[in-house]
Write a protein that binds this ligand. Structure first.
Ligand SMILES: Nc1nc2c(c(=O)[nH]1)N[C@H]1C(S)=C(S)[C@@H](COP(=O)(O)OP(=O)(O)OC[C@H]3O[C@@H](n4cnc5c(=O)[nH]c(N)nc54)[C@H](O)[C@@H]3O)O[C@H]1N2
Ligand SMILES: Nc1nc2c(c(=O)[nH]1)N[C@H]1C(S)=C(S)[C@@H](COP(=O)(O)OP(=O)(O)OC[C@H]3O[C@@H](n4cnc5c(=O)[nH]c(N)nc54)[C@H](O)[C@@H]3O)O[C@H]1N2
Ligand code: SF4
Ligand SMILES: [Mo]
Length: 689
């Protein structure tokens, strides 16, 4: 008999699904969506539906391991927990005494979004005085850009968008990366609304939309300014709203005047007529809505791109129209007491920070002190961080002591000196917020952790004990930390009590139907067309429309390459599942027939994609779904499953974005050539041993 238990999806995905996990004879046999979750409503993606396979994957790490062969070779021997933790403590202590604790670098991201385990290493590394990691790999540029205009508060609730008559999906592959938003958009369409996608290539979502505006990558700000020009010319502005809720319209108008549609056309590649048409539809809509994805922000000018897009609702008063508005992330409303888990106060103040995007640089060039120990958890930097050539060179250093806490024997784990086996979300307790909806939910284990696997919290508490750290936080369990998280005076958390949370059902935050009804979380409380805080940072205080460029490849490589997510994987997670790899096939390079023809490339050709940073070999998909001059590779595949172990991030750059210190994953100049013959897979997947 299958017994179903509630759980929550822990992955870095805006949907944070409510799950029903089916357990039979001590094994998870099925994972379904929880029909009672108000946002995710019983649907689950194909990735998490395969969790029964993931839990027992042959690549799963079940015991602590110590390296016995060269770095990267994957030769390990078993070692006991006691000995492995002693060894880590001894190495960290020695490094701290000799070079200072800043020679130790934690490296973690959102492998689990569970707040307790996500933050479990923070007090330990702060107390140790280790270098601090700036966790900017995903949303930092978008967040900085959006905040400059709209403030760092909540976004329009996607559940309300059913009342919209015009939905602009702006740089998001919603059907793949935020699939539970789609039914709300479809309901709006059923009621007569239209869906328009603004994206450089015709992804799944654009193919399902009513229209697709195909712009050049990195040119969103120019498109938005061209649209604003039309709104001004045609007098489609909401002047009353502008006067009451915005700041700096006069200055913005000056900038808008510089971007007639003809200029925007030159930058974006979108025809003037199409820009005018789009602006007229936006300006005349009853309740225009924008879903910004992260795509526009993954460019050197990414902060400015999102900031500029976010000015549009302010010109037409969209945020105060039922069904209208703009959504970037809902995370701003989850004003939990995270400081109690982070405990920055435990460490020295003036400690060095390292931007996680520049891991390659940090491991190969940083001095005074160099990085001598790297502690990786909840992340797979060998695959996900940019400029893999440099990252792998760093990970291969014999004098670097690397600890990797993982579910799977990832490419990063192959480079570890010590691999620690990690428990999964279904085996631990945690609290989950969302960045796509407004429900908070706790989950308790449905299964005990298998083998010798342990949670992130358990490991860091054990390490802290061995270091002799006595602060209370190092002795608290999951429930006690969750209670601390809930200690918040934010109005959004009013009524969100431990009593409700501990039932492990989704609990809605106290967010009003219009989350902007109590003002904007900017310094002025208004939508800031003119931003003094940007000015103070030496940035242009007004929206600006220059295109983002890959400076390292400028004038040398002719084709642009974007590298957005793949439906079958989640960043690099789920690549361990053989059936998903088989279903995904590829990876593929989407290339326009014009560019393919000029290079003798036909459908199915093996092609080498390269620039000065590196190369990888993939299969060509010749298609008008991308425009001439723009190529696309969807998804991050583990290096060992790529020919020659060269991955997508061998092509990307460590340069930081204009705001937030983000990564320009979608701004790469490359060349593509056809290759004959077969490339050898250097590393064979362990499951096929
Ligand atoms: N199945 C699946 N779901 C996921 C993920 C996954 O890997 N797989 N990843 C999760 C994570 S961590 C995140 S952050 C989100 C990301 O979710 P998304 O926001 O959907 O992903 P992005 O990589 O930002 O790319 C979104 C779209 O932006 C487009 N794009 C690229 N450059 C530009 C540009 O200059 N302008 C415009 N207008 N569009 C551009 C891309 O072509 C792509 O279609 O998804 C989450 N959900
Ligand atoms: N070229 C290119 N690169 C990209 C992107 C892109 O669009 N293009 N997207 C970027 C984005 S948006 C993001 S967010 C990053 C994501 O980068 P990462 O955060 O590294 O995401 P994942 O690849 O999903 O790797 C997470 C790892 O954590 C492990 N893990 C999961 N849960 C736990 C746990 O409870 N304990 C432990 N110890 N481990 C756990 C998983 O097994 C997995 O190996 O990648 C970025 N990289
Ligand atoms: S990955 Fe996203 S869509 Fe899939 S179950 Fe998790 S939250 Fe839901
Ligand atoms: Mo992300």
């Amino acid at each position: 008999m299958i017994r179903y238990e509630r759980s929550v999806c822990p992955h870095d995905c805006p949907d944070t699904c409510g799950l029903l996990v089916g357990v039979e004879e001590g094994r998870v046999v099925s994972v379904k969506g929880d029909p009672e979750h108000p946002f995710t409503r019983g649907a689950v993606c194909m990735k998490v539906a395969r969790y029964p396979e993931r839990l027992v994957s042959p690549l799963r790490v079940l015991h602590p391991l110590r390296r016995t062969g060269p770095k990267g070779s994957g030769s390990f021997e078993r070692i006991s927990w006691d000995r492995v933790l002693d060894e880590i403590v001894e190495r960290y202590r020695r490094i701290a005494e000799k070079e200072g604790a800043e020679a130790i670098l934690p490296y973690s991201y959102a492998g689990t979004m569970g707040l307790v385990h996500y933050h479990a290493g923070h007090p330990f590394f702060h107390r140790l005085g280790a270098s601090r990691l700036r966790r900017t790999i995903c949303s930092a540029a978008a967040e900085a850009g959006f905040s400059a205009t709209m403030g760092n508060g909540p976004s329009t609730d996607i559940e309300t968008v059913v009342a919209s008559d015009l939905i602009l999906i702006w740089g998001s592959n919603t059907l793949a990366t935020n699939m539970h938003a789609w039914p709300f958009f479809l309901e709006a369409r059923r009621r007569g609304g239209r869906i328009i996608c603004i994206d450089p290539y015709r992804n799944r979502t654009a193919a399902e939309a009513d229209r697709h505006v195909m712009l050049r990558p990195g040119t969103d700000a120019a498109l938005a300014l061209g649209m604003m020009h039309v709104l001004v010319e045609e007098d489609l502005l909401d002047r009353d709203f502008i006067a009451r809720y915005t700041l700096g319209f006069e200055e913005l108008a000056g900038r808008i005047a510089e971007y007639p549609p003809s200029r925007a056309e030159k930058i974006t590649g979108v025809g003037s007529d199409e820009i005018i048409q789009l602006a007229l539809e936006y300006g005349r809509a009853r309740s225009p809505y924008i879903r910004t994805g992260w795509g526009p922000s993954r460019h050197p000018n990414g902060g400015m791109a999102i900031r500029t897009i976010a000015c549009l609702p302010g010109l037409v008063g969209a945020t105060h129209k039922r069904g209208g508005g703009i959504t970037r992330s809902t995370s701003g409303a989850f004003a939990l007491n995270k400081a109690a888990l982070e405990r920055e106060d435990l460490g020295p103040r003036d400690v060095r920070t390292v931007n996680m995007i520049q891991l390659g640089h940090a491991l190969t060039s940083l001095k005074d002190p160099p990085i001598l120990a790297l502690h990786v958890y909840h992340s797979n930097p060998a695959v996900v961080a940019p400029d893999s050539t440099r990252v792998l060179k760093g990970l291969a250093r014999e004098d670097l002591f690397t600890v990797v806490h993982e579910h799977m024997m990832t490419d990063t784990a192959l480079y570890a000196d010590i691999v620690l086996p990690a428990a999964m979300s279904m085996e631990t307790t945690d609290l989950y917020r969302s960045y796509g909806h407004y429900y908070l939910q706790m989950a308790r284990p449905v299964m005990p952790p298998p083998g010798e696997t342990r949670s992130t919290l358990a490991i860091f508490q054990d390490l802290a004990r061995r270091f002799g750290f006595t602060e209370e936080v190092f002795g608290e369990d999951e429930e006690s930390l969750i209670r601390r998280l809930l200690q918040s005076s934010s109005p959004y958390l009013k009524g969100v009590t431990w009593e409700k949370i501990s039932r492990c059902e989704p609990v809605r935050l106290n967010v009003p139907e219009n989350p902007f009804s109590d003002g904007f979380k900017t310094p002025s409380g208004r939508i800031e067309f003119y931003s003094k805080s940007m000015e103070a940072q030496g940035l242009d205080p007004l929206p600006a429309g220059e295109a983002g460029v890959d400076r390292e490849g400028l004038g040398r490589y002719p084709l642009q390459l974007i590298t957005p997510p793949r439906r079958e994987f989640l960043n690099s997670t789920f690549c361990e599942i053989e059936s998903l790899r088989a279903r995904a096939g590829g990876p593929f390079l989407w290339i326009n027939p014009v560019d393919a023809g000029a290079r003798g490339i036909t459908e199915g050709s093996r092609v080498r994609v390269f620039n000065d940073r590196g190369h990888c070999v993939v299969e060509a998909r010749v298609t008008p779904r991308t425009t001439a001059g723009v190529t696309v590779i969807e998804g991050l595949v583990w290096l060992r499953f790529m020919p020659g172990s060269q991955g997508i991030n061998h092509l990307t750059s460590q340069e930081l974005t204009d705001m937030g210190g983000g990564c320009a994953f979608h701004c790469n100049l490359v060349e593509v050539e056809r290759v004959e013959g077969e490339y050898q897979h250097e590393m064979q997947p362990a499951s096929e041993d």
